[in-house]
Design a binder for this molecule. Structure first.
Ligand code: SF4
Ligand code: SF4
Length: 75
């Protein structure tokens, strides 16, 4: 389905991790020096991470993703 979720620009990301702290669903993780969407099902598109990022590396974008299903993340 097409819905609004995050997109992260690695060129702007410093890997500081602030976005991971503000995400209410643990959808983000810092891996290999950059923030990444660990599981698209965990992103509600609310944008708390967008506000938390000091470099403007995160935007919300409409794209293909699985339906929102918090708690499904597997690590
Ligand atoms: S939009 Fe919300 S749920 Fe999605 S990664 Fe950002 S803070 Fe987490
Ligand atoms: S807050 Fe911004 S710069 Fe920091 S890890 Fe997240 S996306 Fe990267």
């Amino acid at each position: 389905m097409r819905r609004t979720i995050v997109a992260i620009d690695e060129r702007r990301c410093t890997g500081c991790g602030l976005c991971t702290l503000d995400c209410p669903t643990a959808a983000l993780e810092v891996r290999d020096g950059y923030s990444r969407l660990a599981d698209d099902r965990c992103c509600n598109g609310g944008g708390a991470c967008v506000a938390a990022c000091p470099t403007g590396a995160i935007v919300l974008a409409g794209r293909e993703a699985r339906p929102f299903a918090p708690g499904r993340r597997r690590d």
